[in-house]
Design a protein around this ligand. Structure first.
Ligand code: XMP
Length: 527
């Protein structure tokens, strides 16, 4: 399998030519740095901290940012960048650990600081004609460090300090190398975006030419080159990633695209119909809908353990997809809606950080044995960028803003055994949750809202009769990145309507609970 190399590596000037590399030293904020740079309309890419100088040159970056990280630069084995990178004449900004590393490499000393600084701190800016243009003399910054730069070589000038950190920002006298002890990428540093803007424009000289529209044109052009006259298969899931992938491909190759929707019986209410409707409104191309409901139910019979459910759904999906794909002639490519966080979190990027951050559980991944070449037009984008692109491509709001839905579908929300009857109960309850959240105008501000069917019966009373029925949990969270999440403080009236409707309208449910756990320590899904 192969994917298209970044266009800048193929030698053609393009929208990526103003590129900033973010060297990842294991910071939880590396992605955030890349996003903030992209908000300045400059393409940012996260790469391994130990990227070789010749790879850096191949990327032709306008600037390099060294992220923070959990290590201490003076510990043996602490991650380091190649020192030559600081001498290439390419502007460098070291943030936190990144600053400590550059100052150490260039002759300074880093030590554990007597006063550790965590959180919001007042910073006194001495000034800099480039990095700190338009920044006030005193500004709040977000600090998170136990070590700090104790001494810099004479080549450095101090640009800012806090009460406990005499060197909160520095600049090299001859090289275009800067360091910030604080984190400009977080919103708790109110002027952080301006500082990053100054770095990419004033220091790196970028004009900010990167636009999603250009990205789409470039991606379409690249896909045409890659695909030629062959046929591409794209799996549709109802989610925004696969919808945008299909829309881009359709623009690129039109009728050479074949889409497959596997109805595994684990979809939300009316999902198959809405995917077909959206699809036929947008594309005049080949759609294969595979009715595999029985196959998945049979495979899931008697299985209760979450991991086993996932595995069994994964296998059944691959089998179905394979069977359908072999019916499509001249199919050489498989399109996937892989996003940038998937690439870097799986450590799969050619220059990506080594660590696998997320143990992800996607069962939709198709194995190499299928023998397709991969087309992954979204692999350079973040989720919010994919949504923007979806809007630019004319996809309806409904598709673009749809909440994420896990690959194993309702199976991981139907706790205990997955049966047709239990799925029907869950599907109805789930539809009510979503309808009521939408009716209250809260769908866009919640990140995910759904129902979970519990394997628990409890006693109730309906009319004059005693009931002994199922319990449903309602889960509604907000999150930026799905790595952490908090439960949504839904208005009591909305919760009341959800509960009344579920109990009245869904036969077999007599109790509704609201899940008030955050992630961590809980997860968003229950399984
Ligand atoms: P958790 O439950 O891990 O979920 O907090 C984080 C996000 O990932 C989604 N999720 C999945 N997506 N396959 C998927 O494609 C899966 O197996 C899976 N499990 C969880 C979940 O819905 C949430 O958006």
């Amino acid at each position: 399998m192969s994917h298209v190399p970044p266009a800048s590596l193929t030698g053609s000037p393009d929208v990526f030519d103003e590129r900033v590399l973010v060297l990842d030293f294991g910071s939880q904020y590396a992605q955030l740095i890349a996003r903030r740079v992209r908000e300045q309309n400059v393409y940012a890419e996260i790469v391994r901290h130990d990227i070789a100088p010749e790879r850096v040159r191949a990327h032709r970056p306008r600037g390099i940012i060294l992220s923070g990280g959990p290590s201490s630069v003076y510990e043996p084995g602490a991650p380091r960048c190649h020192p030559e990178i600081l001498q290439m004449g390419i502007p460098v900004l070291g943030i936190c650990y990144g600053m400590q590393l550059v100052t150490q490499i260039l002759g300074g000393q880093v030590a554990n600081s007597p006063a550790r600084e965590y959180g919001r701190t007042r910073c006194f800016i001495q000034g800099d004609p480039h990095l700190f243009v338009g920044i006030m003399d005193q500004t709040d910054v977000w600090m998170s460090h136990g070590d700090q730069v104790a001494r810099v070589s004479e080549d450095f000038v101090s640009l800012a300090h806090t009460e406990t950190c005499p060197l909160a920002a520095v600049r090299h006298r001859r090289l275009p190398v800067y360091g910030l002890q604080f984190h400009p990428e977080v919103t708790h540093t109110p002027q952080g975006s301006r500082i990053l803007h100054n770095f990419v424009t004033m220091v790196c000289g970028c004009e900010g030419r990167w636009r999603l529209g250009d990205f789409a044109r470039e991606a379409i052009h690249r896909m045409r080159r890659q695909i030629g006259g062959a046929r591409v298969i794209c799996g549709l899931s109802g989610g925004v990633d696969s919808a945008v992938t299909a829309a881009l491909l359709y623009k690129a190759i039109g009728r050479q695209l074949s889409c497959i929707l596997v109805n595994n019986g684990l979809l939300r209410k009316a999902e198959q119909e809405s995917v077909i409707a959206e699809f036929s409104n947008h594309f005049q191309t080949d759609l294969h809908v595979v009715d595999a409901r029985d196959r998945f139910l049979t495979a899931l019979a008697g299985i209760v353990h979450p991991d086993q459910k996932r595995r069994c759904i994964g296998h059944a999906f691959i089998e179905c997809f394979k069977q359908e794909a072999t019916k499509i002639e001249n199919a050489r490519f498989l399109a996937q809606g892989t996003l940038y966080p998937d690439v870097i979190e799986s450590g799969a990027a050619p220059d990506g950080p080594a660590a696998t951050i997320k143990l992800h559980h996607n069962v939709g991944g198709l194995p190499d044995e299928l023998g397709f070449e991969l087309v992954e037009p979204l692999r350079d984008l973040f989720k919010d960028e994919v949504r923007k692109l979806g809007l630019e491509l004319g996809l309806p709001d409904d598709v673009v803003w749809r909440h994420p839905f896990p690959g194993p579908g309702l199976a991981v929300r139907c706790l205990g055994e997955v049966t047709r009857e239990r799925l029907d109960v869950l599907r109805e309850a789930d539809a009510i949750v979503v309808q009521e959240i939408k009716a209250a105008g809260l769908y866009l501000e919640t990140s995910q809202a759904f129902a979970v069917l519990l394997p628990v019966q409890s006693v109730g009373v309906m009319g004059d009769a005693r009931t002994y029925d199922d319990a449903v949990a309602v889960r509604c969270v907000h999150t930026d990145d799905f790595m952490t999440a908090d439960w949504s403080r839904l208005p009591a009236e909305v919760l009341a309507r959800i509960s009344t409707r579920i109990i009245n309208e869904v036969r077999g449910v007599n109790r509704v609970c609201y899940d008030i756990s955050s992630k961590p320590p809980a997860t968003i899904e229950w399984e």
